[in-house]
Design a protein. Structure first.
Length: 414
């Protein structure tokens, strides 16, 4: 047993090497993103921070296309690994389509801003500002998908790092200028633009190639399951704060947002593993080779990382919240480990979903059912924050069990 683990945990192993690079860079990114939230929480009142957290949750949901597009571009970049002309053709088409779709979405969102604002109990101007994030959602993942598919993990991590640094630098300046929540949102928007233009330098050898505009077979059949799956995964870690904004007081939402943000570190901290896994298992599947060892390895890495996080949350919840958010956010500190458990289940589910996406399998679409179950649970069980988190744990646990069963069934079937 220990010998098998020792052989797997070797930097010559492609999955481990890719995961290690992304894990280091992404954890720096996560620390910077946490710093962004800490700065925002400390400079804003709990009610304003609760508003910002709910708006960011909405941004995550609207940004579902980002993850899907990146996954699709990554999948087909790995398929055309040594054909820069074909990769450029796909990239250019994706970029043109992204601009058109972004403009359309901005107009639709602006038109619906009053209705959305009423449901979330926020000023419609916030919704109009958020609509401009669509440009980042559709354009940014094209270049990151190419980096991921080419297995340029250092450059991919650096792209996120540049975004996070820009955001952390700008946020306190804009909040101090009196822009408050608008300032924090504006910093995020500007950081996406900076990261995009710098990331183009990372794929300059592809941009210098002549685009091959040959139609890519199967990309649309593959894209819809990926889009819906990505939307559902994002919903699993975004809906809680949005529903909390609807059900609880502004002050409680702000304090719940603190444990929600910190608890989600367990999930976000394992994302590098799944992102490194996708192009590797996709390439192996295209070559008709087995990817079972890589899936097992990814699960092992995720479980280990999550258990470390849960132990820390269980032992030092108040200390963590005092250090990062301040004493005014301690009301729900005892629930931090419980929230972390829900993210543990989601992190494991994410590995199973990436495996299904790499296969082009449509079983991942069952996620829609489990998102619906989570919404029903939230609507039924929100008498207090503990009951609300219990509903989150239950829905994520059921989802993990189902997709673990799917994975094991497919493995037995060969």
């Amino acid at each position: 047993m220990f010998e098998r683990v020792r052989k797997f945990v070797n930097l010559k192993n492609e999955l481990v090497k890719g995961s290690f690079i992304l894990l280091v860079l992404f954890n720096i990114v996560f620390l910077l993103n946490a710093l962004f939230r800490v700065i925002s929480a400390r400079m804003l009142e709990p009610a304003d921070y609760g508003l910002l957290a709910a708006l960011i949750g909405l941004v995550f949901l609207l940004g579902a296309p980002s993850e899907a597009i990146q996954t699709i571009i990554s999948r087909y970049t790995s398929k055309f690994l040594n054909n820069n002309e074909k990769i450029k053709g796909m990239f250019v088409k994706s970029l043109k389509r992204a601009v058109v779709i972004s403009l359309f979405c901005v107009l639709i969102m602006a038109a619906l801003s009053g209705i959305i604002g009423d449901v979330l109990k926020v000023d419609f101007k916030y919704i109009i500002l958020i609509s401009f994030f669509f440009f980042g959602f559709f354009i940014m993942p094209s270049v990151r998908g190419v980096l991921q598919g080419k297995k340029k993990f250092t450059q991919l991590g650096s792209s996120f790092l540049i975004e996070s640094i820009t955001k952390v630098v700008l946020t306190p300046l804009l909040i101090m200028a009196g822009l408050k929540v608008y300032g924090a949102l504006g910093a995020i928007l500007f950081s996406l633009a900076v990261s995009f233009f710098i990331s183009l330098l990372f794929i300059r050898e592809i941009l210098k190639s002549k685009a091959d505009n040959t139609k890519i077979d199967g990309i649309y059949d593959y894209s819809w399951p990926v889009f819906i799956s990505s939307l559902c995964i994002i919903a699993f870690y975004s809906l809680d704060i949005i529903f909390a904004k609807i059900f609880f007081s502004a002050s409680d939402v702000g304090m719940y947002a603190a444990i929600s943000d910190m608890g989600k570190m367990i999930f976000w901290g394992t994302i590098p593993i799944s992102k490194a896994m996708l192009p590797i298992i996709s390439e192996k599947r295209d070559k008709k080779a087995s990817a079972r060892k890589d899936i097992k390895g990814a699960l092992l890495l995720v479980i280990g990382a999550c258990l470390i996080g849960l132990i820390i949350f269980a032992l030092f919840p108040e200390i963590l919240l005092k250090i990062f958010y301040g004493v005014k956010y301690l009301k729900f500190s005892s629930l931090l480990a419980y929230f972390g458990i829900s993210m543990f289940f989601l992190a494991i589910t994410n590995i199973f979903i990436y495996d299904l996406m790499a296969k082009g399998s449509k079983e991942s679409l069952y996620l829609v059912l489990f998102v619906a179950i989570q919404i029903v649970f939230f609507m039924l069980f929100h008498a207090n924050i503990l009951q609300f988190i219990t509903a989150l744990i239950a829905s994520n646990f059921l989802t993990m069990l189902f997709f673990a069963f799917v994975y094991l069934s497919k493995r037995k079937a060969g």
